[in-house]
Design a protein around this ligand. Structure first.
Ligand code: NDP
Length: 287
């Protein structure tokens, strides 16, 4: 079997058309969607990622602080952004330098503007199936399932990774959609036992080409969240996922590539969350 590839760029472009139309409608009502990004420290990977996020937004502000920034200065900025009614989304790029308490910072973001969905209340809302912001990467994966009509109810889903950003919210979304979900991580005994029985396999491990074809059930849907930069050999400098695409696509029925898979969907969902927040703000203001 050779798997069909899900084109994340094409899907993201389609979703962005809808977002652009909604943003235009909002602008006509006097509410231009606006995202504020806080970046602390000069991690080049974060800087590139933030640039991509900001480039995708029509109206955005980046607040850039040095790695030794005083946490209070950032907290004061957050308070200011929370109170600014022209700002609809606030995002703090993680990881933060060690002098910061990450959860304290994330919880200082107004839940109404928590477009990354990392605030404890947003996480609670997701776990209870209530309306709130859903973390962008797993939300983008759900859009992929939807666009490909992947049946989730009753499916065996295995998520490799239990991070707050990807693994856990992914597992929650799949659970809410009726899948039977197993979450694997570095302490899992016999990972292949689990992956082999997955109708849907999501890899969010952070290890290049970690999942190979022999770990996959024939016909499975394989979602590769990983973004790894290869450092050695002929391919040094290239990006690759957590899945070994060549061997996995011999076994799976549907698969996402890296790059061009989940990555473009993540930024798109951030834009969608910002537009949703702006729509709610416009409605609150009676515009
Ligand atoms: P984390 O490092 O926070 O989490 C990795 C998870 O993988 C952990 O739960 C860890 O287990 C588990 N793990 C590590 N080694 C093994 C192993 N040998 N067997 C089974 N499980 C293992 O990473 P993130 O969740 O933040 O990101 C995962 C990947 O996704 C990265 O490549 C990242 O770059 C990428 N990413 C991509 C995005 C996109 O837009 N496409 C967005 C965000 C991330 P344990 O908890 O026990 O340590």
């Amino acid at each position: 079997m050779t798997a069909r590839t899900i084109d994340g760029n094409a899907l993201a472009a389609r979703v962005r058309e809808d977002i652009a139309a909604r943003a235009e409608e909002l602008a006509a009502r006097g509410e231009q969607p606006c995202l504020a990004v806080i970046l602390v420290g000069s991690d080049p990977a974060s800087a590139v990622y933030v640039r991509n996020k900001v480039a995708a937004c029509e109206k955005a502000g980046v607040f850039d602080y040095p790695a030794d920034a005083d946490p209070q200065v950032v907290m004061d900025r957050l308070a200011e952004l929370n109170g600014d009614t022209s700002v609809h989304g606030i995002l703090v790029q993680l990881p933060l330098p060690p002098q910061f308490d990450e959860s304290e910072v994330l919880e200082a973001i107004s839940v109404e503007k928590d477009v990354d969905g990392f605030h404890a209340e947003s996480v609670g809302r997701l776990s209870q199936g209530q309306q709130g912001f859903i973390p962008c990467t797993p939300h983008g994966v759900m859009k992929m399932f939807e666009s490909e009509n992947v049946p989730l109810s009753g499916a065996e889903a295995v998520v490799i990774g239990r991070s707050n950003i990807v693994g856990k919210p992914m597992a929650m979304l799949l659970t809410n959609a009726g899948a039977t979900v197993t979450v694997c991580h570095s302490r899992t005994r016999d990972l292949t036992f689990h992956t082999k029985r997955a109708d849907i396999l999501v890899a969010a491990v952070g290890k290049p080409r970690f999942v190979t074809g022999d770990m996959i059930k024939p016909g499975a849907v394989v979602i590769d969240v990983g973004i790894n930069r290869l450092t050695e050999g002929e391919e040094a400098g290239k990006l690759c996922g957590d899945v070994d695409f060549a061997s996995a696509s011999e076994v799976a029925s549907l698969i996402t590539p890296v790059p061009g898979g989940v990555g473009p969907m993540t930024i798109t969902m951030l834009l969608e969350n910002t537009v949703i927040s702006a729509e709610r703000a416009a409605n609150r203001k009676g515009r």
